[in-house]
Ligand binder design. Sequence first.
Ligand code: HEM
Length: 420
Amino acid sequence: MPENQIPREEGIDYTMPLLKEGYEFIMNRKRSFNSQIFETRIMGKKSLCMSGRDAAQVFYDKDLFKREGAAPNRLVQTLFGENGVQTLDGEEHRSRKEMIMSIMGEENIRKFQEIAVQYWEQSLDQWSKKEEIVLYEEVKELLCKVACLWAGVLVEEEEVDWLTKELSEMFEGAGAVGPLHWKGRNAQNKVEKWMMELVTKIRDGKLIPPEDTALHQFTWAKDADGKLLDPSVVVVEMLNIYRPIVAISVYIAFVAHALIQHPDEYEKLKNADEKYTYMFIDEVRRFYPFFPFVAAKVKQDFTWRDYQIKKDTLAYLDLYGTNHDENLWLYPEEFNPNRFADQGNDRFSFIPQGGGEYLTGHRCAGEQLTIEMMKISLDYLVNHMDYEVPEQDLSYEMNEFPSIPRSKIILRNVERKLTH
Ligand code: HEM
């Protein structure tokens, strides 16, 4: 019989320490308990925190964990949306995820790359006319345009400004409390309304987006009973495409951050082959903070490592900490793309965008898009443009969700590289 008591943090509630320690909250306790699993209380609820490869593998076992009722309400209000794919389980999840993954095929990814290059070109022309740009802000707008064209909505120039602002507020307010959180909720309501009008127009035959786009596919997708999806669900899943595409700006800011902090890498990347470029991108996704953890609920009583895990307990899987686990990564606090030369990135130890499977599990649907967008952006930053990097505050916080370099990456005198 299992006897072991899961290490438990004594005390009433650890929400404040979580907000203070941020990305390192679970990792700090994993070290002090010397355990991949421990129990604490977050937002008034008993919570299991899990970290490391083996913990990730159990967490993604569909028979043992479910998503229903796991996500904190505040995240549903700004990040996921009601009845979004993130909150589903079993057959319902698989069928919804299939719909989402259907737009992530090879041909559609190629189209995404072409659109991304087209807007990088356009942006570069515009930036060359300015004395200074704030890369993170500029790239958000660039990504919003990419998302619109790729997902099937043509928007006017003035609308791009508005949409970029609202979509950014949704993910920038995701981890916030107070005014920033309310800004995020407000943005969600406004964009949902805008998107609902589009879906209605399409169903009424007044608007016809290209067939292979998310807007077309989702609007006409049917559920398991053969009925068209509720328009509110179409809207939520469309936002699950738009919002995270704009959020790739955070990673692009970190790509630039890494290039500035490691001039040797910048030089190496000028002549790098594709393999090294992908290694660099993976190291950016491993090293920098983005998604701290994901939540699920225990589906049935089970035993893991002699610990009794009880049905309905809330559990958090530590994404950041697993990517920084010293049992998996040599000198995890060093930025070193070469670690990916001989380290395969298996489905449970390298999990910046979740682990496990795409179709049958909750792993990020847009992981490949993210990587390709980062690759194109890296190529522009290294091979297609010259710029100066003025003195600025490049620090970033470990307790902001998402964390973005303070200066948001200021570049001066941007010009097209002539030699390339
Ligand atoms: C910007 C960088 C991104 C990061 C750091 C990120 C991270 C994540 C994480 C951690 C999850 C949750 C995994 C889990 O619940 O186990 C997730 C899920 C998801 N992501 Fe991303 N993501 C990014 C970009 C994207 C993009 C570009 C798209 C779409 C175009 C996207 C669409 C989704 C969807 C639809 C889900 C829900 C999957 C499901 O529940 O089955 N993400 N992402």
